[in-house]
Design a protein around this ligand. Structure first.
Ligand code: ATP
Ligand code: MG
Length: 340
């Protein structure tokens, strides 16, 4: 079976974009793939996290995975900091990646903002840690939202440069021609990039100061309803064909959310609601969102109330991940020329 790796940062409020762009797709891959789903706490600290909040958020992301339907007995669910290979391989990749490559990363530019001199070195090196996360398991498929496409391309560049630079050593150690696979991004569907409910030009994000911009997985039915009712739209009725969504980012976003939640193509949503008023469509979207997210939010609350149970799942996952990671790192040490 092909191997899937993906991660979610424990940086705060998990939202509908995380669910539709990532977690829902993690769930769908479980039958056909062997999967590692990681709470990437080392990525989270690239921007300041209060230690007590971080602990709570790690357990919350784990709860979201499980409440959404990820099976931690069939697959591996763990937090990154418990498997030291992530940090070790990231260091090697820091020495493979080029400054020029990292300088092009748009996520760094966005997150560092104007005060770039004051951004952490970790935030800058984030993409080489992400490459390490994936390649530590030699994963071949990575389900992510559209915003991570550039980082995935960098991961492939790092894998390729490592394979080239160390080609003779890989062969001399009897490890074939290419040690790391070039992982394929799995990006797509109607919700690969869920936009803010307040601004169709910005992605829905944990860090947006406006809570009205996103639907959190833990929002109750009333809150979901009021956020969708207040979501920005334009005055035109919905079009009947997808073509008519061009230049209407807010309308396109809500149609995409409906399509992803209902597992139907956008065209079908427009056949049903095209020509009608936004208020009718929004009411149906509220019902669908509440039906889909309500049980997940409730199960998350139940799970986070038992932190010991969650911690046990993470410890067990980390122990199983470590076995795979240690095997890769032993090979990497030999390839690079470290004595062990
Ligand atoms: P942060 O602001 O801390 O970076 P985030 O909302 O971007 O938080 P991440 O933990 O960085 O969340 O990303 C987890 C996964 O969710 C990634 O696969 C990412 O591509 C996906 N994702 C994040 N935001 C969206 C979005 N608006 N639409 C679709 N997928 C998204
Ligand atoms: Mg992000």
């Amino acid at each position: 079976k092909p191997l899937v790796f993906s991660g979610v940062q424990p940086t705060g409020n998990l939202h509908l974009g995380n669910y539709l762009g990532a977690i829902q797709r993690f769930v769908a891959l479980q039958d056909s793939h062997d999967c590692l789903y990681c709470v990437v706490d080392m990525h989270a600290i690239t921007v300041w996290q209060d230690p007590a909040d971080l602990k709570r958020q790690i357990r919350e992301v784990t709860a979201a995975f499980i409440a959404s339907g990820i099976d931690p007995t069939k697959h591996i669910v763990f937090n990154q900091s418990q498997v030291s290979g992530h940090a070790e391989l990231a260091w090697v990749f820091n020495c493979v990646a080029r400054l020029g490559w990292l300088n092009r990363m748009t996520q760094f530019k966005e997150k560092a903002g104007k005060d770039r001199e004051n951004a952490s070195v970790g935030l800058y090196a984030y993409p080489s840690l992400m490459a390490a996360d994936i390649l530590l398991y030699r994963a071949t498929h990575v389900p992510v939202g559209e915003d991570q496409k550039q980082h995935l391309e960098l991961t492939r560049d790092i894998a390729q440069k490592f394979n080239n630079d160390f080609g003779p050593s890989i062969a001399a150690n009897g490890l074939g021609e290419a040690f790391f696979p070039l992982p394929e991004p799995l990006i797509g569907g109607p919700a690969a990039r869920v936009m803010s409910l307040r601004d169709g030009a910005k992605k829905m994000s944990k860090s947006d100061p406006s809570d009205l911009s996103r639907i959190n997985l833990t929002d109750d039915a009333d809150l979901i309803a009021s956020k969708i009712r207040k979501a920005k739209t334009d005055p035109e009725p919905l079009p009947s064909e997808a073509e008519g969504l061009k230049g209407r980012p807010e309308a396109e976003n809500l149609v995409g959310i409906y399509a992803a939640l209902g597992a139907v193509p956008k065209e079908e949503v427009l056949t049903q609601f095209g020509g009608g008023q936004f208020s009718t469509f929004k009411a149906a979207l509220v019902d669908l969102a509440v039906a889909k997210l309500g049980p997940i939010g409730a199960e998350m609350q139940r799970l986070v109330a038992e932190p010991d149970h969650i911690d046990a799942i993470l410890r067990d996952g980390a122990a199983r991940a470590r076995v795979l990671a240690d095997a890769t790192m032993a090979n990497v040490r030999d390839i690079v020329g470290f004595v062990r």
